[in-house]
Every structure is written in structure tokens, then in C-alpha cells.
Design a protein around this ligand. Structure first.
Ligand SMILES: [Ca+2]
Ligand SMILES: [Ca+2]
Length: 403
């Protein structure tokens, strides 16, 4: 069983604010009938290991800090590891945080104030906007903002950011990075907060797993691991069905038998926290996908039907960092208070916190193993069934054939 532990009042308020009763932004079954004739039903499966990588990032680690940031104060920088396009780039030094962002005072580069673990590079500013380089999402509420990049980053590329912020519960403002400092070699570098270091800087421990004792490995928590691409666009919501299965057995294993009854994986993964059978969402479970995100107001559903993207609210849906195993001392504070608060808000009767061989076994490997092997490490599968508009690529292929 998932354990529920008290979190600090500020954390409770933080998540409670995000979990306001869910506006019925989208109505399943209310879709207009297609006027272009029946479309074929697609069945799509994706393994737990195939979460989207290199696209979604927090602006700071919500397990370590809590900041209010105006979007207008954000400056995002990319070192694309390509020297041929550096005409409009600047030298930069990006620092990671082991605790509070930029230390207590938001100061980078001072060993007495914050960690000096950092990477130097040649950075180009990225621009916000629907047709630009990135956008800001708020599925975890207005404080814990999420960056979505237009282009995936990988390999030796580095992502960094500067912003003004207010630390929740404190007065005054912080300037996180943005200072230009002349360094030991005479080069003036802009100090930044590191969001993603070059891959070669993030090394596993001898067991083959990433370990938070490696400071660069901590930056891995800035990348979200709970988005999945459904390889479809313009999905018809009225046709959308989702199940989550363990393994490849027949009949498929889509639930967990617990002392309190059968708990579908849909609820275990945090996608069924409301009973909507009466038309008004109430806390509980109806065995059906909830309509909206945990987050408020923005009208986003768990499924972005237009772009074919599934969001699972738990930061590590297939191995949540919650409960007794993730507290420093028995009964003590959670090591990952944000993860715990999200889980508490999900209200699920069980979650994947067990050892690998148990019915609610966690799959830690997909998040922390250095070399993930599909045949060994994929355990859970997301199965979606829907009708959708043909992808643009298919259109162009058909057009080519017709010519
Ligand atoms: Ca470059
Ligand atoms: Ca539901």
C-alpha cells in the first residue's frame, strides 16, 4: 500500500492550490461526429522506458527549493556543441545546485555561498513562444514551472538559465545567474544555473546506477520523466481509451490485487483520482482516465489530444520516490517532499513502490540505470486505442504516390 505521510503545510498548500476541482475543460463523448467518414482505430503501445527525453525541464529542483518566477524574467541558454554557429553566442559558466538554487542568497561562483560544480561553454540565447524555441507549462502549478523545448537536446549539449525569483516564504528577490564575471583566464563569462550538463559529465557509480552523491547526477532530477509521445496528432477524444499493463502476459495484467480490492494500474499511475460518473468530479476512483491535469486553470488534459502527448503526474510514475524507503530516518521528513506531496494529492490506493518481484513492483532501472536495456528493463506498457487524423507525413506520402 502507498503510505501517506505528512508534509509541511506550505507543501500541502502548494499542491492543494494546484489540485483545485478540475474544470471539465474537455468532455469525453462530447466530440462532434466526424464529417469526413470513419477513421481507422489505432492501437499504440509504448514501454515505460520510452518516456520523452531532452524536452521537458524544471527551472529548479522542486524537491530542493520553491521559487516564484515571472516568465518575463527567464533567459534560457543552449550550448549546442556546434562551433559553426557561435557568431551570436557568449561564453558562459553554468552551476549546479546541491540545495537551494544559487545558495541562500542566489550567488553563484562563491564557494562560501553555493556549490561551485559547473561547466563552461559557449551559449546562445533561446526564445520563448509557440513558434520559437521553448514554452513554459504549469502542470504542477504556477510556482513549479516546466520548460518544454521545441527541439530535443542530447549528447554533449548543455542547457542553462538565468532568472529573477522570489523564494516562497521569504521577502526580497533573488537574481539567479545573469552576472558577467571576468574569470582566471581573462574571459568574461555569464554565470547561469545549469539545467542539463553534457552527458559525459554525468557518471554512474560502480553498480551502473546514477547516484545523487555525484553532484552532476543531481541535475538529472531537473529533467521530467513523465511524458510519453503517442505518435499521433488530432486524436478524437471520444474514442480514446488507455490501459497500463505489466509485462506481456495474456490476458494482460492491468491491475493490482490489494487487501482493499483490485486497484487498476490507471489509478496506480495517478490517472484516476476523481470519480466523474455523476458528472461532477469527486475525490475517488471510477476506473476511468480523469479529464484534467493535477494543475489548475490551463485547461490541459492528461492527454494533449492535438499533439498526442500523455502526461503522468507522478514525477517518477513507475518508481515513485515516496514512503518509508525515501525518508532519511524512520518517521522523518520525506527526502523528496515534492514527489511526496504530488503523490498525496493523487489519492491513489496503491503505487509502484514494491520490490521488483511484487505485484506493485517499482521499475527504478528506467530512471537511474546508466545503460538501459529494453529487453531486460522494460516492465510496464502503456496501451492506447483511438482514432486520429493521419499524420502529415502520411499525407505527403499519399500525395507522392498519387502523382
Ligand atoms: Ca554553438
Ligand atoms: Ca476517473
Amino acid at each position: 500500500m502507498t503510505e501517506y505521510f505528512p508534509v509541511s503545510p506550505s507543501r500541502v498548500n502548494r499542491i492543494a492550490a494546484a489540485a483545485v476541482p478540475l474544470a471539465l475543460a474537455f468532455c469525453f463523448g462530447c466530440g462532434k461526429n466526424s464529417t469526413t467518414g470513419p477513421k481507422p482505430t489505432t492501437t499504440f503501445s509504448i514501454a515505460d522506458i520510452d518516456y520523452t527525453k531532452g524536452i521537458y525541464y524544471f527551472l529548479y529542483d522542486p524537491n530542493l527549493d520553491q521559487l516564484q518566477i515571472d516568465n518575463a524574467d527567464i533567459r534560457l541558454y543552449l550550448d549546442d556543441y556546434n562551433y559553426s554557429n557561435d557568431q551570436n553566442s557568449i561564453p558562459g559558466r553554468a552551476f549546479m545546485d546541491a540545495g537551494l538554487t544559487g545558495g541562500p542568497t542566489g550567488t553563484y561562483g562563491d564557494p562560501g555561498a553555493s556549490d561551485t560544480t559547473s561547466v563552461r561553454g559557449t551559449f546562445t540565447v533561446l526564445f520563448p513562444g509557440v513558434y520559437q524555441d521553448y514554452e513554459i507549462l504549469e502542470m504542477y502549478g504556477p510556482n513549479d514551472k516546466v520548460l518544454v523545448l521545441r527541439r530535443q537536446i542530447s549528447g554533449e549539449q548543455a542547457l542553462a538559465v538565468t532568472y529573477g525569483a522570489r523564494r516562497v516564504g521569504q521577502s526580497g528577490t533573488l537574481q539567479i545567474g545573469g552576472q558577467d564575471k571576468v574569470e582566471y583566464d581573462g574571459v568574461t563569462r555569464r554565470y547561469m544555473k545549469l539545467l542539463r550538463p553534457p552527458a559525459s559529465r554525468v557518471q554512474p557509480d560502480p553498480s551502473g546506477y546514477y547516484n545523487r552523491d555525484n553532484l552532476f547526477a543531481r541535475t538529472r532530477d531537473l529533467e521530467l520523466k513523465d511524458f510519453y509521445q503517442l505518435s499521433a496528432q488530432h486524436i478524437d477524444p471520444a474514442t480514446f481509451q488507455l490501459t497500463i499493463r505489466r509485462g506481456v502476459a495474456l490476458p494482460p495484467v492491468t491491475s493490482i490485487l490489494t487487501p482493499s480490492g483490485v486497484v487498476p494500474h490507471l489509478e496506480v499511475l495517478g490517472l484516476d483520482s476523481y470519480d466523474q460518473s455523476s458528472g461532477t468530479p469527486v475525490r475517488g476512483h471510477d476506473g476511468k482516465l480523469d479529464w484534467a491535469y493535477l494543475g489548475p486553470g490551463n485547461g490541459q488534459t492528461f492527454v494533449d489530444f492535438t499533439n498526442g502527448i500523455l502526461f503522468l503526474p507522478d514525477p517518477r510514475p513507475f518508481a515513485p520516490r515516496i514512503g518509508a524507503a525515501y525518508r532519511a530516518t524512520p518517521g522523518g521528513a520525506p527526502l523528496f517532499p515534492f514527489d511526496q506531496a504530488v503523490s498525496n494529492a493523487l489519492f491513489r490506493r496503491d503505487s509502484l513502490v514494491g520490490t521488483a518481484s511484487t505485484a506493485n513492483g517499482a521499475n527504478v532501472a528506467i530512471y537511474d540505470k546508466y545503460v538501459v536495456q529494453r529487453g531486460i528493463d522494460a516492465v510496464y506498457y502503456i496501451d492506447a486505442q483511438f482514432t486520429a487524423a493521419p499524420l502529415l507525413l502520411q499525407h505527403s506520402q499519399q500525395a507522392a504516390v498519387q502523382r
